[in-house]
Write a protein that binds this ligand. Structure first.
Ligand code: PLP
Length: 380
């Protein structure tokens, strides 16, 4: 059997990671300014994370959701405290798409409506409702074409007056759009959206799968909008590489037995990983660190030749160039040994490093980027 070949790949085989750095099979060292799609939050192979998971693995890796598992309660309590959502409840799953599926479903259970408001350039995953909510016809099939989805544009305040009404079950919106090229809803947009959802009994879902867990310089990016969504979805940075996702559920939602379910969600290893991540985020002040180095990076990126605009917050940044960045990204990884990301906008370089980067990593990144850009500009 061979792999089902769906991923275009760089010919690099990472075999070891430490903090913000990765080593390949030939011993070459790389700076990781992409965190494997925003997944690495506390740094590769953080010793505390490794110790906790190893110990749990020796004790018990898994048992089903039909037994007592205090690790789930501990994780929920800790996440409530660190994020500022102590009165919410937590449902644990295994991935971002699964978190969004469950959130959209919870909304429909609550209000029995069938329309979903989504935004242009949004990405919410590849499963049933998540892919319908995603703005990319290429990954949708005939099953996903229906009149359930209403599309708007983030920061179009006027549009909120007609896309939100009493036939709408939920709105799903990213804290900061990631795959779409780093676009942030404004404070005014969050405020009006929240108000409209209250007015019409519409469930507001913040997809914080990429922008959450401290990445933006606040625990959740929507906290820049000074609002509280009804449901918040998380994954990626939650497990620092261990697959785990979740839905933070407002107190107005009443659970009943069998309402939601999963085999693997909330297993012992995943909860242990999730707890270790939150403990390290707190202990090492990683949210402040993301805010601090984000501000430095924004200034540095804005001063680079060819950069038209820098968007994002904390360590979720997009530098939009006046030209496509594919060559810059390729040179960075193959010649300068720095991982960065792309987006659906070919001119946007996406930066999502681990939250524990420091001065050395930031300077290293900027120096390498300058070198590559100067080469590109002199070739043009
Ligand atoms: C904002 C957002 N939502 C949902 C997802 C889907 O997550 P997963 O790939 O874990 O299903 C992603 C993945 O990139 C994402 O960025």
């Amino acid at each position: 059997m061979k792999k089902f070949d769906v991923y275009p790949i760089f010919d690099i085989e990472p075999i070891r990671g430490e903090g913000s750095w990765i080593w390949d099979a030939n011993g070459q060292k790389y700076l990781d300014f992409y965190g494997g799609h925003a997944v690495i939050s506390i740094g590769h192979s953080h010793p505390y994370f490794v110790e906790k998971i190893s110990k749990q693995l020796e004790q018990l890796a898994f048992y089903s959701n039909s037994i007592v598992n205090p690790l789930q309660d501990k994780l929920a309590e800790k996440l409530g405290k660190v994020s500022g959502y102590e009165d919410y409840n937590l449902f644990l799953v295994n991935s971002g798409a699964e978190a969004n599926e469950n959130a959209i479903k919870l909304a429909a259970f609550q209000n029995q409506r069938d329309k979903v408001v989504v935004f242009n350039k949004g990405f919410h995953g590849r499963t049933s409702m998540a892919v319908q909510a995603t703005d990319n016809p290429k990954i949708q099939t005939s099953l996903d074409q229906n009149d359930r989805i209403i599309r708007g544009e983030i920061n179009d305040l006027g549009a909120l007056d007609y896309i939100i009404n009493d036939s709408v079950s939920c709105v799903i919106i990213e804290g900061i759009q990631g795959v779409g090229g780093i676009h942030e809803p404004t404070l005014e947009f969050w405020q009006k959206l929240r108000g409209k959802c209250y007015d019409y009994g519409v469930v507001l879902i913040a997809d914080e799968i990429q922008s959450g867990y401290g990445r933006s310089g606040k625990f959740f990016a929507h906290q820049y909008g000074d609002i509280k969504p009804d449901l918040i979805t998380v994954a990626k940075g939650m497990g620092n590489g261990f697959p785990i996702g979740g839905v933070l559920i407002g107190p107005q939602f009443e659970p009943w037995f069998g309402m939601l379910g999963t085999t693997f969600g909330g297993n012992h290893l995943a909860c242990t990983a999730g707890l270790a991540v939150l403990e390290v985020i707190q202990r090492q002040n990683l949210i402040k660190n993301a805010e601090k180095w984000g501000e430095v990076l924004i200034k540095e990126l804005e001063s680079l030749p060819g950069v038209k605009e820098v968007r994002g917050k904390g360590l979720m940044l997009g530098a939009e160039f006046e030209f496509p960045i594919a060559n810059i990204r390729k040179e960075l990884v193959t010649k300068e040994f720095v991982f960065t990301g792309s987006s659906s906008n070919p001119n946007v370089l996406r930066l999502l490093p681990p939250l524990n980067i420091g001065e050395f990593e930031v300077e290293f990144m900027i120096e390498k980027l300058k070198k590559v850009i100067n080469k590109q500009v002199s070739l043009a």
